[in-house]
Write a protein that binds this ligand. Structure first.
Ligand SMILES: C[S@@+](CC[C@H](N)C(=O)[O-])C[C@H]1O[C@@H](n2cnc3c(N)ncnc32)[C@H](O)[C@@H]1O
Length: 230
């Protein structure tokens, strides 16, 4: 007879797998419209571009390998980094998003995969970009995702994470012109900082931007770095 603790463990794993499946299926559905709606969004976002420029400069200075845009969606930010001179590639859970990214940016590399278990050796990346890709990650899974980011970063390489700042979240049943089934989570910036530090990263800077007209929360942008090898 199984131990009651094992049952709780497997229920948690099942819930995690279901949440990932909901996210994947929803983004498969919205991929093409998401790409159309957000294709030019960065052009009107100077603070975001400033954080991405700082991240790109740090990654180029570290010179520690390719930069992974983890949860890249249609690859619009991967392409922005590429235009800044960064050797960037994308990974996304949704095969629909990966197809759209490859079609929109044929010169760049995009792979399907999950940032909860990346197909990369330790220290493979000269930078990790997580641009709103944890917005559907249940809070209790953040430590495992951040540990994965820290594992694949090379010593001295930067991480930039964008997230919706706050507490709680909401259920989305419709988004980007389609029915979806998605939980959106808001994270307190201090909590994101604390969890990244617990994963072994040095938090270097946190920018909080007030909500725009179509946003419900402030937006958080946090730069961190994997400590250089001793
Ligand atoms: C809000 S979209 C952001 C996409 C892109 N970063 C952008 O800003 O356009 C969230 C993306 O994260 C991806 N995603 C969510 N969980 C993921 C996971 N565990 N591994 C890889 N990608 C994930 C989704 O498929 C989706 O494309």
């Amino acid at each position: 007879m199984s131990d009651p603790g094992d049952t709780v463990g497997s229920m948690t794993e099942t819930a995690d797998a279901l949440a990932l499946e909901e996210t994947r299926a929803s983004y498969d559905t919205v991929a093409a419209d998401y790409a159309d709606l957000l294709r030019h969004e960065l052009a009107g976002a100077p603070l975001e571009r400033a954080m991405l420029a700082a991240f790109a400069e740090l990654a180029l200075a570290a010179g520690a390998g390719p930069v992974g845009d983890l949860g890249c969606g249609p690859g619009r930010v991967t392409a922005h980094l590429h235009a800044l001179g960064v050797d960037a590639f994308g990974v996304d859970l949704s095969s629909g998003m990966v197809e759209v990214a490859r079609a929109d940016h044929p010169g760049l590399r995009f792979e399907q995969g999950s940032m909860t278990a990346l197909d990369l050796v330790d220290g493979a990346l000269g930078g990790v970009l997580s641009w709103y890709s944890t917005v559907h990650t249940p809070p209790e899974q953040l430590p495992a995702v951040f540990a994965e980011y820290a594992r694949v970063l090379a010593p001295g390489a930067p991480l930039l994470i964008a997230f919706k700042a706050g507490e709680g979240g909401r259920r989305l049943e419709h988004a980007y012109r389609h029915p979806v089934s998605l939980d959106v989570y808001y994270f307190a910036p201090e909590r994101v900082s604390g969890l990244l530090a617990a994963a072994g990263l040095d938090v270097r800077s946190v920018l909080i931007r007030e909500p725009g007209p179509d946003e419900r929360t402030p937006q958080g942008y946090l730069l961190a770095r994997k400590p250089a090898a001793a």
